[in-house]
Ligand binder design. Structure first.
Ligand code: ADP
Ligand code: MG
Ligand code: MG
Length: 201
């Protein structure tokens, strides 16, 4: 993945967010404060624009992270920003990122999300999508593995529906959080889907 492909991935994601932000707000409305789609769309609109001048994959995701930090107030802003900062650190000095490097970067991103938010698998957060998808990429860092990771991400996001939230705003609802998919899991699954769409020929 070269810098242009990183930009294509994230611009593609911004485009998808403009299509699904109302759905993400609606999910968040049921178990949170109804702003996840709005937060993500505004954040990526601003952050993607700041990425234009980047010359390497590392620089692109670093600029994106800084943009997210300065625009997204909700819990998801610092979490996604941390994820992209960790990718940036993993890819330092690289002109191009191989699928193995990509997997390592996503794994570092997951570790960052967990350090920052202290969520584990099963807590009904974006970690429920990142963990199995990263595992999939690490065990098979090929185009096939990436497609599989995207499929796994989608299924994992749907599976959060039956979970009780233990982190973030939705945790205030306790058992009443069951029956709605976690909005951050859905936005994360779309991020993995956009990655596969960009990189798999
Ligand atoms: P806020 O809850 O501050 O309004 P958003 O609505 O933008 O922020 O984001 C909510 C999403 O953030 C949740 O759906 C969940 O996936 C994710 N999230 C919240 N807290 C955590 C956490 N501690 N660890 C991981 N992800 C979290
Ligand atoms: Mg919210
Ligand atoms: Mg909020």
């Amino acid at each position: 993945m070269n810098v242009e492909q990183v930009k294509a991935w994230l611009h593609g994601y911004q485009q998808r967010l403009s299509e699904v932000h109302e759905l993400l707000d609606e999910l968040d409305n049921r178990i949170g404060d109804g702003d996840h789609g709005t937060n993500m769309l505004r954040g990526f609109q601003v952050a993607c624009a700041q990425m234009t001048e980047a010359a390497t994959p590392s620089e692109a995701v670093h600029k994106l992270a800084m943009g997210l930090l300065s625009t997204v107030g909700g819990a998801s802003g610092p979490l996604y920003a941390t994820a992209f900062l960790r990718m940036s650190q993993t890819w330092r000095e690289m002109e191009e990122v191989s699928l193995k490097d990509l997997s390592d970067g996503l794994n570092a991103a997951l570790a960052g999300i967990q350090q920052r938010g202290s969520a584990n698998v099963g807590d009904k957060t974006m970690v429920d999508v990142w963990a199995p998808s990263v595992e999939c990429m690490l065990s098979d860092p090929t185009e096939h593995g990436l497609l599989e990771a995207s499929r796994v991400a989608r299924q994992a996001a749907l599976n959060t529906r039956q979970l009780v939230a233990r982190r973030g705003r939705a945790s205030y609802l306790g058992d009443r959080s069951v029956g709605t998919c976690d909005p951050g899991s859905v936005s994360s699954a779309i991020l993995f889907e956009c990655l596969a769409i960009t990189l798999v020929e």
